[in-house]
Ligand binder design. Sequence first.
Ligand code: NAI
Ligand code: MG
Length: 489
Amino acid sequence: MTKKTKQPTLDFKTDWAYAPALEDTKHINLKKQYDLFIDGKFVKPNSKKHFATYNPATEEKIAEIAEANEKDVDKAVKAARKAFDKWSKISAKERGKYIYRIARLIQERAREFAVIETMDGGKPIRESRDIDIPLAANHFFYYAGWADKLEYAFPDRTPKSLGVAGQIIPWNFPLLMAAWKIAPALATGNTVVLKPAETTSLTALKLADLIQDSGLPDGVVNIITGAGHTGAAIVNHPDINKIAFTGSTDVGKMIQKAIAGTDKKLTLELGGKAANIIFDDAPLDQAVEGIVNGIFFNQGHVCCAGSRLFVQENVADIVIRKLKDRMETLVVGNPMDKNTDIGAINSKEQLLKINNYLKIGKAEGADIYQSSCGIPSKGYFCKPTLFLNASQSHRVVQEEIFGPVLTIQTFRTIEEVIEKANNIPYGLSAGVWTDKGSKIFNLTSKLRAGVVWANTYNKFDPTSPFGGYKESGFGREGGLHGLMPYVRL
Ligand code: NAI
Ligand code: MG
């Protein structure tokens, strides 16, 4: 390692014991304008264009972000290709050291990352601080460990790096998704061109800063910003060997078409509409916590959100009453307040989309119920919402809303609930709540979902694979399985 690691400066003055007011976020060292991170340096975009990123809780502009065009993408891919020659020849042990170093630097700067994540995307600070940022560091730690053990991951085979990976990520878990993408790619000796989502680029750019400080060889990770046009330029670039995409099913399908007939490898992690199933023998209070966590975590901007609740008929009344009571206790508002449970909706567009689904659900005849909480007059907010008496054919049941909106259906028999849970275009995740292990085994084998949680929900760990069936995409991220899409065997 040639470059010396710069001692990280803690430029965030707030202690966690104290919830920062929105104005205190001024202590965060943000630039007014961000350029593209290519070949180890921040460079002006060829497009000469920048666009604004906003704080969705205040509607205030935070910073300007560069918009990369085809020429910028080409420059980033060339840098990644040049770096690949060197990176793929470095010893695996040395590669692992760099990845460990990135993990440690994320931990050291965790507070700053958490505050920026919350400012830029609207998620509660408690979630950025306790979940997103620590998990992002853990992904780097986990894959750093694999770097020099690939022959054990693939016994009797010779795993070879692919080359340059183009990675496109969404806005719901910005730094965490960057970690999910970059860590396994580096561990397997690939180089990266990553594009964060246009509403939440700041933590990826902060990661670029950190990567510079880590001494990682120039060009191994390039981070370029922009919207769909930039993403498409990455997908269509002829010198990219692999595309990893997380985002909407519509864009996922477009990407699949665009690379058909090329030899690019592809993984897609797309939408979901998970069934969260409560049996009458479940510990009901715990199940209610699981329902709340399943749908209201991160404002419901979660691909694996438990957005369809199925309650066994004989306990439906009591579960719904407990759920309504619990919803009254949820604090909706300032994401920077550590007591906030539900923060801001990520963007104006997403709020419009959610509000439109609220209208659709009502028009379809489901009964809408919202908690009596107030919401701030400024910023993009949505009250936690239930659709009672929803039916299988309702659009609010079939389509991904990606907001704090839960549909509720009841069932009598296990066969009926399996049928309904599977009768959907998606197959990413599901939850089962019951006292009986045999029921859990029965359901986990019959539900067409990549992840099935039993008596818990939204639990993530770098060691466990994640991914879907049907329109939820293909390929797995996380765990040993997460190495597979980045190697040729
Ligand atoms: P999106 O799929 O358009 O955005 C995801 C990423 O793809 C962003 O980085 C975006 O810039 C990029 N992108 C957009 N068009 C592209 C193209 N043609 N080629 C390559 N990259 C492209 O998602 P969007 O519009 O932000 O959200 C719309 C809906 O998608 C949400 O309401 C939600 O239902 C769903 N969604 C699902 C996610 C998931 O994790 N399952 C994540 C984000 C959105
Ligand atoms: Mg933003």
